[in-house]
Design a protein around this ligand. Sequence first.
Ligand SMILES: O=C(NCCCCc1cc2ccncc2s1)c1cc(-c2ccc(F)cc2)cc(O)c1O
Ligand SMILES: [Mg+2]
Length: 214
Amino acid sequence: SGKSRPMRILQYVQNTAVQGDANSVISAVDSYCANVEWAMNVGDKKGEILDAVVLDVRPRWVLELGTYCGYSTMRIARLLPPGARLITLEMNHHYAQVAKQILGHAGLDSQVDLLVGASSALIPQLKKKFDMDKFDLVFIDHWKTSYLPDTKLLEECDLLASGTVLLADNVTCPGAPEYLHYVRNSPRYKSLYFPSQLEYLRVEDGMEKSVFLG
Ligand SMILES: O=C(NCCCCc1cc2ccncc2s1)c1cc(-c2ccc(F)cc2)cc(O)c1O
Ligand SMILES: [Mg+2]
C-alpha cells in the first residue's frame, strides 16, 4: 500500500518507530530501506561520517541541499547544539510533505526549516529570510550536476565564511566529477575524501569534505 516509496517509508516509521525518539526513526528508515526497498537516503554507513562532521563542526547554521524523506535532516538535527538552525531545501512537494511528517515523528521539527523550491532560486533569499550571515556547514545531496553551480552561488551570495565546511554525498556514485575537480583544485578549498559505500548496497561511494578558506 502507500502510493509512493516515501509514503511507504513514512507508514513503516509511523508503525514501528517510537514517537519523539530520533534514533528509533533513523533505525526504522534504515531497516526498511535495507530489507524491503532501496531508497536514496545517505544511509547508516555514510551517516556515521555525517554525524562525525556535525559533532566536529558544532554548527550554529546548517544548510542541506536535498531533503528527500528527511533522513539526513534527522541525523544532523539530532546532533545540533541548542539554538542552532538547519535549513533544508527540497524541490518535490510530496517528498517535503513526507519529510515534515517523519521529522515530526522524530520530534525534530523545531530545529528545522524546510523550504520547497529550486536551490538556485532559494539560496539568494536565505540571508534576508532568516536574518543570518554565513553557514557553518553545508550538506550537499541534491542533483549531482547542481553541486558545482550551487557551490559557486553560495560563494557569490557571501554565505561561506573562512572555515565553513561543505560535505558532499555521492561524489563517487552516482558521482559529481566537475564538483570534485573544482574543490580539489581550487586554492580556496582544502578537500578530503571519505571512502564508504552507497546506501544499503555493497557498491563504492564516498563523501568529500571541503573547508572553504575564504
Ligand atoms: O539523485 C540523488 N539525489 C538527489 C535527488 C534530487 C533531489 C533534489 C532536491 C533539490 C532541492 C533544491 N533544488 C534542487 C533539488 S534536486 C541520489 C541518487 C542516488 C543513486 C545512486 C545509485 C543509483 F543507481 C541510483 C540513484 C543516491 C543518492 O544518495 C542520491 O542522493
Ligand atoms: Mg545522496
